[in-house]
Write a protein that binds this ligand. Sequence first.
Ligand code: AOF
Ligand code: ZN
Length: 364
Amino acid sequence: MTNVKVIHQKYMQRALELAALGRFSSMPNPMVGCVIVADGTIVGEGWHAKAGEPHAEVHALRAAGAAARGATAYVTLEPCSHHGRTPPCVDALLAAGIGHVVIAMEDPNPLVSGQGIARLRDQGVAVTVGILADAARRLNQGFVARMERQRPWLQVKMAASIDGKTALVNGESQWITSPQARQDVHRWRAQSGAILSSAATVLADGARLTARHPHAQQQPLRVIIDSKGLLTADLPLFKETSPILLVQAEETPVVAFPEHVERLILPLTESGNIDLPALFQALAEKQVNRVWTECGAQLAGALLQANLVDELVIYLAPKLIGAAGLSLVALPEYTAMAQIPELTFTDVRQVGDDLRIIAEPRMT
Ligand code: AOF
Ligand code: ZN
């Protein structure tokens, strides 16, 4: 690898670290970091904290001041060329006299997608694209998913004993996993634009589905599928004031709910279930980048079978529930190994007493 590329990677790595500071606050905007380097020294750093606030480049240019003239800017996402909630970063980079812009990845937002790069080049600025591109895409997998496929990044949380059971058949299940695993769940919730669950799960667990974590800065939209109209206004869920989206069908009986509850009416499929792809498209339209799902075996099975799951986040407790246990996910009775869904483990670690496995379904 050339020396120049190693240097580019070093500063881009720093820009990615800065970008990640926006993990709990930048949504629905992407996380973006920027580092400005002059004569081998960092003269300015910035990251995008919140939609409506300045973009990463603007913060970094402000920090660099006059030192930005002729300097190199490292940005984790193509600088924007459009007038959004804030003016175009390309204009700010040009006005500051930046000589070279190094970019990890193109902005998948159709309002930008290559136009920022083209404008910089037109104005005689050197542009290098693709440094640590994979890491940059991974960091913003939610934003990228929403922009490229009009569907959020979907994670499904599961918790089970080491023999893959979620509860005793009599329903007794509360807290199979350790407090640390539960805290980890709240951390995921706090990074998600929406939490998805079903009426059955909310009723069984008395769930509130809020993000209760010290880093939490925004409450996710709570999305509950309730096609049969099982939920009642007295549940703990409704006592919390963060917004709720009740996903129902035309046929669902209508009940009076508090003001922070919105109904989304979607068609039913032939099997009488809510049209899940239509739900995710609606969530993308609501600018949700990441959906964190906490549900029972039925909905988890349906999401997997519809090939809608990007990641399973599985907590395995060092317990054996035995034969009187409920299984993790409802799937058909496969009769040949060729039919069974396969997963790839992408991350395995211990969280408190439990194992946490992140697994990606291999798309069939
Ligand atoms: C950048 N730098 O730090 C970010 C960018 O409505 P606005 O003005 O906040 O623009 C949001 C869009 O700008 C967002 O969808 C994405 O395309 C881009 N985000 N661009 O140059 C940044 N956060
Ligand atoms: Zn911008």
